[in-house]
Design a protein around this ligand. Structure first.
Ligand SMILES: Nc1ncnc2c1ncn2[C@@H]1O[C@H](COP(=O)(O)OP(=O)(O)OP(=O)(O)O)[C@@H](O)[C@H]1O
Length: 651
């Protein structure tokens, strides 16, 4: 390296620039600064210094601005984050929609999935075109709008986070900044958003379903809206619903009493009974009447565990319904004839081990519900006898409501409800032949019953042939009676009856007339199912008894007192199954090689290994049929179990 002295600069020789790049020594030379003023390199150096200075200045200004902005923002703004899955996210999205904030955006993602209620961006005046797809604002573009004299900045974020099941989850959040020194503006905005949301969703019941894994510190609720269910559409014995609603109203009205008494402001209801009897429908109707949101847990989801329940319950706001459907899911499965009803509708209600939640986790969750005041806790089950007493104690469950299969009176009301606006065909030239009770006309024209096209789906094509007339009340009541008389009390669930009536929803007269045939078919199918079920159950029982006997004899010897009815000689071990070539069967002579009872030999003194020298009999892979081991089959098959335990609805 050459020594430089003041006033000199080391520069590459112009001629040897290429050599310098290649590292050829000797290509640099010392030049006096005054001399290089006129050289080509001088311009580069000066320009470089200028650019450097300009860049540094710009960066300093940017940093100062940011610094200032942060300070101003801190002092003159308040901000809040709303995370998808939290109820407040719904409020704020609707608020922004109603304030037309998204209308100003120019970046959209087009989707046909998102509900229009959420963004409500219309890009066309034609409502039909608008309905085709929804225009979801892109996430990152911030929007500025004015609200009550303040500037508000809104920005959406999209985040990918890891769910509790280890799978990545898409989550969105809205970040709101209100530029004002008054803290109250933000809370006023949130309150207004909430009020607007309540107004907007009044005709709907909002259901938050905890059927997705939570992420981070937030909780992911799946939000659904259902139109209110009219309370009169639930057909239960008189007084049941009114009593439930007035009880819930009384509960909300007595908040201060609960506080004074030091009791958590929570009320628990257990709705139990066979499937399809109206338990869930009741809760939806009550939520509509009391204007409450439902937060529902699905215990059978694989990712649900105690921690999940705790996190979920912590996010539920005041004045809501907490619903745990099929609460028996959290209890340990019974080790009885679980498989005996495979394929039956009740099977889906069987307690399973699929949930990671434990009973104690569930109890903690229920107790946690009271930590935020004003919540109704509803639990439903088809297996009330399996519930733990700890779950049922007052304070957790305050009232129990029993649901049962439909009585004839309920069936008749169900019919009337479904067909009250129906039209019946009076046929050509028969207009007006129905008198007020409508009976005479039908007696005159039985053929009309068969060919009735009912105008529920639109007017008939040929008025000369078909003359639909709105069904009279008397006629409706008569048909309803006919419909209900075809069945027994508590034979079918309202859901089953509703299914039948819906399949005939355009044929009210035929629905009543053909009910008897439908009932006969149902009974036949039910009996066949019961017989198959009883047979399956008996086969399982026989196989178990056989295995038990084999195991017992292997362990204690052939002549140990056997606690079960002994199978006759030769019945054990079971015959090899068809196709089971490897099954090792032991001849009876080898199995029973010990001395006969009464011969003086001490059975207990014989070690099991000696008493039973032959290998254990093969355990059948599938239970043998009763015909294979007649000694294990009772003389007569047990009578089929009643399909449902009949009961009287009521509290
Ligand atoms: N008592 C009833 N009155 C009117 N409709 C009913 C009644 N019970 C059941 N239904 C109808 O049957 C269907 C199923 O009812 P719902 O889901 O409320 O029954 P559930 O008892 O909750 O059944 P599950 O135990 O299987 O959850 C609904 O469409 C509902 O309209």
């Amino acid at each position: 390296m050459a020594n430089t002295s003041p006033g000199q600069l080391l520069v590459p020789q112009r001629r040897a620039l290429w050599d310098d790049i290649k590292g050829i020594p000797g290509s640099m030379q010392l030049v006096d600064i005054p001399r290089i003023r006129n050289t080509w390199i001088y311009g580069y150096i000066i320009d470089g210094i200028k650019y450097l200075a300009a860049g540094a200045a710009v960066d300093a200004i940017r940093r100062s601005f940011l610094w200032l902005y942060q300070r101003v923002k801190l002092r003159y703004s308040t901000s809040a984050e709303f995370v998808m899955g939290d109820p407040s996210y719904e409020w704020i999205v609707l608020f922004l929609t109603e304030n037309n904030v998204w209308q100003r955006t120019r970046d959209f993602r087009v989707t046909s999935k998102t509900s229009k209620l959420v963004y409500g961006v219309s890009v066309s005046a034609d409502p039909e075109i608008n309905g085709v797809a929804d225009y979801v604002p892109t996430y990152e573009a911030p929007q500025l709008f004015r609200w009550r004299g303040c500037w508000v900045e809104v920005q959406r974020f999209r985040a990918q986070v890891q769910g509790t099941n280890g799978q990545p989850q898409q989550a969105a959040a809205i970040f709101l900044t209100v530029f004002t020194r008054k803290l109250s503006v933000l809370s006023e905005l949130v309150e207004e958003a909430h009020r607007g949301y309540q107004r907007k969703i009044k005709p709907y019941v909002t259901i938050f379903l905890a059927d997705s894994p939570s992420y981070g510190g937030s909780f992911l609720w799946n939000v659904k809206r259902k139109p209110h269910r009219p309370i009169e559409s639930i057909i239960l014995p008189d007084g049941v619903l009114d009593d439930l609603i007035s009880d819930a109203k009384r509960f909300f009205a007595s908040e201060s009493w609960y506080h004074r008494a030091g009791i958590p402001h929570r009320r628990g209801y257990l709705l139990y009974g066979p499937p399809g009897t109206g338990k869930s429908s009741t809760i939806h109707a009550v939520a509509g009447v009391l204007n409450l949101e439902i937060h529902s847990f699905s215990l059978s989801s694989g990712f649900v565990d105690d921690g999940f329940l705790q996190r979920a319950v912590a996010t539920i706001p005041k004045r809501s319904i907490v619903l745990v459907e099929d609460i028996d899911c959290a209890l340990p499965a019974r080790d009885d004839d679980d498989e005996s009803d495979a394929g039956s509708p009740a099977r889906r209600h069987r307690p399973s081990r699929r949930t990671g939640a434990t009973l104690s986790g569930l109890l903690n969750m229920i107790d946690g519900i009271g930590s935020e005041e004003g919540k109704l806790f509803f639990a439903t089950t088809n297996y009330v006898d399996r519930l733990d007493p700890a779950l049922m104690r007052p304070g957790r469950i305050d009232r129990r409501i029993r649901y049962a299969l439909a009585t004839r009176a309920q069936a008749s009301r169900l019919y009337e409800r479904l067909f009250k606006d129906a039209e019946v065909d009076t046929g050509p030239g028969r207009r007006g032949t129905f008198d007020d009770d409508g009976l005479a006309a039908e007696a005159d024209a039985p053929d009309q019953i068969v060919s009735e096209p009912i105008g529920a789906v639109g007017p008939p094509s040929d008025p000369a042939v078909s003359t639909p007339t709105k069904i009279s009340d008397a006629r409706l009541a008569d048909l309803a009676q006919q419909f209900a008389a075809a069945m027994r009390d508590c034979e079918f669930s309202p859901a089953e009856l509703q299914g039948y009536l819906l399949s005939n929803r355009e044929r009210p007269v035929a629905a009543a007339a053909e009910m008897a045939a439908w009932v006969a078919r149902q009974r036949e199918a039910g009996e066949a199912k019961e017989a198959a079920r009883a047979e399956r159950k008996e086969r399982v029982r026989a196989a178990r008894a056989q295995m038990e006997a084999a195991r017992f004899q292997q362990q204690y010897g052939a002549y140990a007192p056997y606690p079960y009815p002994m199978p006759p000689m030769g019945a054990l071990p079971p015959p090899p199954l068809e196709g089971d070539a490897d099954a090792t069967t032991v001849p009876p002579s080898e199995v029973f090689s010990a001395p006969p009872p009464g011969s003086g030999a001490d059975v207990t003194a014989v070690p099991p290994s000696e008493a039973f020298s032959a290998p254990p009999p093969a355990v059948p892979e599938s239970p043998p049929s009763p015909a294979d081991s007649p000694a294990l089959v009772p003389a007569a098959s047990p009578p089929p179990l009643p399909k449902h335990v009949n009961g009287i609805n009521g509290i």
